[in-house]
Design a protein around this ligand. Structure first.
Ligand SMILES: Nc1ncnc2c1ncn2[C@@H]1O[C@H](COP(=O)(O)OP(=O)(O)OP(=O)(O)O)[C@@H](O)[C@H]1O
Ligand SMILES: [Mg+2]
Length: 289
């Protein structure tokens, strides 16, 4: 059997609906995540990303829909499912008055990690996060990036199969953001863990994610690898600088774009299509922080 056929589905969700009173936050979405996948859930503010993650991790109940982890129903086997889930929420929830070690220790108790294994796992986690020397410092003395790294490795402590990251780098400066992305990649590659992340940083999602779901107003409006989504639009964009606006035209070959450039009679430039272009075309919005 080919290796590709042996890859298992970690998570399957179908027909997920969430209503808050009269407001429909999610209008029936489906997701499929396989072992080792690196998937981005991209969407503008209020699209339903956090609501999706909260439902998939059992924090809120869907109004309708089905969720399966390794083929088992989440709602009838919640304990099995929760063992294979790691979560990094949008709002950081470490205890600032405790040390990094103590925060990890609390998590190890909550997740039933046997007492004998706790110390070893915590030390390994601190090392992995580059926080070994800071283990016994109170978290309130940590920088934003250190805190984020701590929350990340805390979510790994019990050995989940899928890690949910809700805006893991929002509010961090570019260099620290890069540092967090590197750590997330390392988790995916070294630990083979499936990742589902939401982000506003679309150019970084484009670099990291092998598959993406684009969500808007509670619906998935496109899915596929960043490359496939871009291919569907055409590979090249011609930007025409008109008097009052910039107009964009899409072409599948550079030659076609060049031909148009020569005849258009405006100031213009050719560039490659980005995932941001796909996003704007589909949602009519920029994805901004
Ligand atoms: N507890 C709640 N009660 C009422 N409405 C809610 C609640 N939680 C979310 N919503 C609404 O559901 C929609 C989706 O919200 P959600 O937080 O999932 O969006 P998001 O894509 O994560 O946005 P952001 O990018 O700003 O984090 C929004 O319109 C939001 O106002
Ligand atoms: Mg959110």
């Amino acid at each position: 059997m080919a290796v590709a056929e042996q890859v298992k589905n970690v998570l399957e969700a179908r027909g997920l609906v969430k209503k808050f009173g009269k407001k429909t936050a999610l209008a029936g979405i489906a997701l499929n995540i396989r072992e080792g996948d690196f998937t981005g859930l991209l969407g503008p503010n209020g699209a339903g990303k956090t609501t999706t993650i909260k439902m998939l991790t059992g924090l809120i109940k869907p109004t309708a829909g089905e969720i399966y982890y390794y083929g088992r129903d989440f709602f009838t086997h919640p304990r099995d499912a929760k063992r294979c889930i790691g979560v990094v929420p949008q709002q950081s929830n470490v205890d600032r008055d405790l040390t990094a070690y103590e925060n990890l220790y609390l998590h190890s108790i909550l997740y039933g990690i046997p007492k004998k294994q706790r110390r070893g796992k915590i030390e390994e986690a601190l090392e992995f996060a580059g926080l070994r020397e800071y283990g016994h410092r109170q978290v309130k003395t940590f920088s934003g990036g250190m805190k984020r790294r701590l929350v990340l490795v805390r979510a790994l402590l019990h050995g989940p199969k899928i890690l949910f990251l809700d805006e893991p780098t929002v509010g961090l400066d570019p260099q620290i953001r890069k540092n967090i992305w590197d750590l997330i990649l390392k988790i995916n590659q070294r630990k083979g863990m499936a990742i589902l992340l939401t982000t506003h940083y679309i150019e970084e999602a484009e670099k990291l994610c092998r598959s993406t779901y684009i969500i808007d107003k509670g619906r998935i409006i496109a899915e596929g690898s960043p490359d496939d989504l871009k291919k569907d639009m055409g590979r090249y964009v011609l930007e025409l600088f008109l008097e009052d606006r910039i107009e964009e035209e899409f072409f599948s070959s550079k030659d076609d774009a060049l031909t148009r450039l020569k005849e258009c009679g405006h100031a213009c430039k050719i560039r490659q299509v980005t995932l941001e272009d796909v996003f704007i075309k589909l949602t009519g919005k920029r994805i901004n922080v």
